[in-house]
Design a protein around this ligand. Structure first.
Ligand code: PRP
Ligand code: URA
Length: 209
């Protein structure tokens, strides 16, 4: 799986275990996701290009490093993507934001779109698509296709947990889009949930059911 980067930092794995625990509260789950998103953001932006800018420190002139190119786009797959988005914006506050509103039909497991908004100049920017869960990958595949149709041509998909089935389906559909994830679990159950997983991410974040 050369298209996949597993982010196995001990702090992420520790916090992920707390998130998986069914006894973790809604508030605790959201807080942990926000903390993990900082660590994942750090990893997923590791290869961003820098350029040199002339600045003055209180001690004098220097050539200092600064991020090169146009501001990033973070594309959140609603609802659960917002749990990663907020933490990413803590670290990169100037990023532009796209929202892709999708929910998974419980019978067909196919995504149903209810909202889409993205920056018009997305074609000039690196777009990092965020959603905690990559299960069948139907949602991620549709969201990335929607963003490509809008012009995005430089994308990364960032999630917390993936199923092997989802990784394969996503890679088959979007070979050009690398995946970053903190874990690849065992399998999907008959209802399309990741096992052992953490349950329904959106419901656990917002206390719905
Ligand atoms: C969850 C999750 C992903 C999707 C993953 O969203 O946040 O978007 O399921 O499943 P898939 O890979 O099989 O498509 P859900 O549809 O439950 O919506 P929500 O975030 O609004 O709860
Ligand atoms: N969506 C979730 O939130 N959890 C899963 O395990 C699968 C899809």
């Amino acid at each position: 799986m050369k298209n996949v980067t597993l982010v196995e930092h001990p702090l992420i794995q520790h916090k992920l275990t707390l998130m998986r625990d069914k006894n973790t509260s809604t508030a605790g789950f959201r807080q942990l996701l926000r903390e993990i998103s900082h660590l994942l953001c750090y990893e997923v932006t590791r290869d961003l290009e820098l350029e040199i800018k002339n600045i003055e420190t209180p001690m004098g002139a220097m050539e200092a490093k600064t991020l090169k190119g146009k501001k990033l786009v973070f594309a959140s797959i609603l609802r659960a993507g917002n749990g990663l988005l907020e933490g990413m914006l803590d670290l990169v506050p100037s990023a532009r934001v796209a929202h892709v509103g999708l929910y998974r039909d419980h019978e067909t497991l196919l995504p149903v779109e209810y909202y889409f908004k993205a920056p018009t100049d997305i074609k000039d920017r690196l777009t990092i698509v965020v959603d905690p869960m990559l299960a069948t990958a139907n949602s991620a595949i549709a969201a990335v296709q929607r963003l490509k149709d809008r012009g995005a041509n430089n994308l990364i998909f960032l999630c917390l947990l993936a199923a092997p089935e989802g990784v394969k389906a996503f890679t088959d559909a979007h070979k050009d889009v690398p995946i970053f994830t903190a874990a690849i679990d065992s399998h999907l159950n008959e209802k399309g949930y990741i096992v052992p997983g953490l349950g329904d991410a959106g419901d656990r974040m917002y206390g719905t059911r």
